[in-house]
Design a protein around this ligand. Structure first.
Ligand code: GAR
Length: 200
């Protein structure tokens, strides 16, 4: 069974979706570690409840990214982590982690990349009056949401769409898509639906 580490910064609903499928046996993985850069984030509570170890840090306690990433790396090695799963981790991954885990870090992002990268992708799509948005799962490289795309799912933005309704639709997709892609990656070592796009 492969060991995964989930990185989260906030609510952790995607983290919870992953915990749930591990517990039902649908996802064949061991969640070895939660890494969280926001002391007090609800994701930490979710880890505690599921008896998952967590490494929580405050970036302000470090002079630079290399320092906290070196500590993260140590914990990842101790936990023998095979794959890093970014689930609402709102921070760019630096060279310290990328060097060791290149090709073994994946991210989920609430837009059809390359559209609307970075923060508040849902707000960006609404602001731009886009007709479509969606969810992208991709490998992580040094850029901001730029790595090779694994899968995308499209969502139509209706005329009456609100931030709340769109966020709900996006999260519903995320909570199903991330576990299923993880299962494919971890059990087959690849994703068969490479660059597939499904439409809603
Ligand atoms: C998710 O919608 C995820 O796609 C997004 O943050 C949310 C976290 O929600 N990630 C990004 O915007 C990354 N650039 P969660 O904490 O409830 O899982």
């Amino acid at each position: 069974m492969k060991n995964i580490a989930v990185f989260a910064s906030g609510n952790g609903s995607n983290f919870q979706a992953i915990i749930d499928v591990v517990q039902t046996g649908e996802l064949h993985a061991n969640i070895a570690l939660l890494v969280c850069d926001k002391p007090g984030a609800y994701a930490i509570e979710r880890a505690n409840r599921a008896r998952i170890s967590s490494f929580v840090f405050n970036p302000k306690d470090y002079q630079q990214k290399e320092e906290f990433e070196a500590e993260i790396l140590l914990r990842l090695k101790q936990a023998e982590v095979d794959l890093i799963v970014l689930a609402g981790y709102m921070r760019l991954i630096g060279p310290t982690l990328l060097r060791e885990f290149k090709g073994r870090i994946i991210n989920i992002h609430p837009s059809l990349l390359p559209a609307f990268p970075g923060k508040d992708a849902i707000g960006q799509a609404l602001e731009a009056k886009a007709k479509w948005t969606g969810v992208t799962i991709h490998y992580v490289d040094e850029g901001m949401d730029t790595g090779p795309i694994i899968v995308q799912e499209r969502i139509r933005i209706s005329e009456k769409e609100t931030r709340e309704s769109l966020q709900r639709k996006i999260q519903q997709i995320e909570h199903k898509l991330y576990p299923s892609i993880l299962e494919m990656l971890l059990t087959r070592g690849e994703v068969t639906s490479d660059k597939a796009t499904r439409t809603y």
